[in-house]
Design a protein around this ligand. Structure first.
Ligand code: RNT
Ligand code: ZN
Length: 418
């Protein structure tokens, strides 16, 4: 144990914070790790481009192109992440073997059995996402809201197939599966009918949820969005739509992605509002830069504020946290681990705040003292606690981080063709 840590521990003790306890708690808080950072949201079930109004930019060498490569990269990335994880899969990451293939509406648990083995061998839970993009059956940019009944039926069947797979994940891993529904559907230009697509979306979701799944095993989320590339004027699954849907359907959880709001709106301010009305909520944590750009999550002001709200609201058991970004302009494994580590740092920092004292100052109108306290905390020796956290979790600190990335790049990534 470094003397730096011992000193820092004492400083926090004076504020009434037990750093040892904080470290023990954080270690067991799972963050869901998005498999799609590893291969630029490509998946294994199609050759076509990434559609749905989302985009990965950059062409860093060494992208994983097979499930073996993706799993190996995921292992490497996880070895750099302190704390608990779940893996977050998309349906497009089904693994087909011996020449077999199943379209999205006919996916079966067996197409994910390799992922289940991967998760079980590492004692990880699995979260899941139906994939309503990058597929021929997306017609005119629409899936569950399409006026073409064949198209809509196909995607409803995909949703049902995914519920069955989600249930299989939960049973096999003995860990609940959070299944998130996000559709890109919307219009580039001003629609002539806003209500019709929303009523079709509502009906499609209800048809999917009519599949008799176990609500204790599978937690269904609906993710809202404000716009996508090529869907600038109207998005069917808006914030109001998803909040309304989740509020009126038992067992459905609203999911907020912090890239899915207007640039001056912040999810950190929305969490407490939702917690007044929903038992559980879910988050996609990303870093939007001017738009829903899905940059790597950093230890920046909004990430810190978001983490503060999660901790302050005593939300660790009510908020499902998942990462969601995709950057191919830098080493993808570093991107994965930097994002995870940044969120861990933000949660750790949030747990080192005397929240009761802050509340008391606020409630007594002592706002001057509150500001002074908040500013004082910013220069507290947080780095020493973070180093200790990495040590306890048996992962490298920030000093050794790049060496590991460089070594893997040398040994593994540089040998790949892409
Ligand atoms: C898109 C949504 C969605 C996706 C993933 C790949 O804007 O954020 O969550 O990023 O499903
Ligand atoms: Zn998202």
């Amino acid at each position: 144990m470094s003397t730096g840590y011992e000193e820092a521990k004492k400083r926090y003790e004076k504020l009434g914070i037990d750093t040892e306890k904080v470290i023990e708690t954080l270690k067991n808080v799972p963050i869901s790790l998005h498999c799609w950072q590893g291969d630029d949201v490509t998946g294994f079930d199609h050759d076509g481009p990434l559609t749905g109004g989302i985009q990965t930019t950059g062409n860093y060498p060494g992208r994983a192109t097979t499930y073996e490569e993706l799993m190996s990269d995921l292992d490497m990335a996880m070895s750099l992440m302190p704390g608990a994880k779940k893996i977050n899969l998309h349906a497009s990451y089904a693994i087909f073997e011996d020449g077999e293939f199943a379209d999205r509406d006919e996916l079966l648990p067996k197409h994910f059995s390799r992922w289940v083995s991967f998760a079980k061998e590492r004692s990880l839970g699995i979260d899941f996402n139906p994939t309503f993009f990058s597929h021929d059956m997306v017609k005119d940019g629409l899936t569950l809201t399409s006026p073409d009944e064949d198209v809509r039926r196909f995607w409803i069947d995909h949703g049902k197939a995914c519920l069955r797979i989600a249930e299989y994940f939960a049973k096999e891993t003995k860990n609940e599966c959070v299944m998130n529904i996000w559709i890109p559907d919307g219009y580039k230009d001003i629609p002539g009918d806003r209500l019709g697509p929303r009523l079709r979306y509502k009906d499609s979701l209800e048809q999917i949820l009519s599949y008799p799944y176990d609500k204790k095993l599978v937690k269904v989320c609906v993710e809202s969005k404000v716009f996508g590339i090529g869907y600038e004027s109207y998005t069917v699954g808006s914030s109001e739509f998803t909040l309304g849907f989740a509020a009126s359907h038992e067992g459905v959880i609203p999911l907020m992605d912090n890239g899915h709001y207007h640039p001056t709106e912040v999810v950190s301010d929305k969490i407490s509002s939702l917690l007044c009305f929903y038992d559980e909520i879910a988050l996609h944590i990303t870093r939007p830069v001017r738009w829903d750009s899905d940059h790597v999550v950093l230890f920046d002001d909004e990430t810190k504020e978001l983490a503060k709200e999660i901790i302050r609201c005593d939300g660790l058991n009510r908020i499902h946290m998942a990462l969601d970004y995709f950057d191919a302009s830098i080493n993808r494994i570093a991107a994965w681990a930097i994002g995870y580590r940044s969120l861990s740092k933000a949660l750790l920092a949030a747990m080192l705040i005397p929240h009761e004292l802050e509340k008391e100052l606020q409630d007594n109108g002592r706002m001057t003292e509150l500001m002074i306290l908040q500013e004082k905390l910013k220069t507290y020796p947080f780095g020493d606690i973070w180093e200790r956290y990495c040590e306890v979790c048996n992962v490298v600190d920030d000093d050794q981080f790049y060496d590991r990335i460089h070594d893997y790049e040398d040994r593994v990534l540089s040998k790949r063709s892409k």
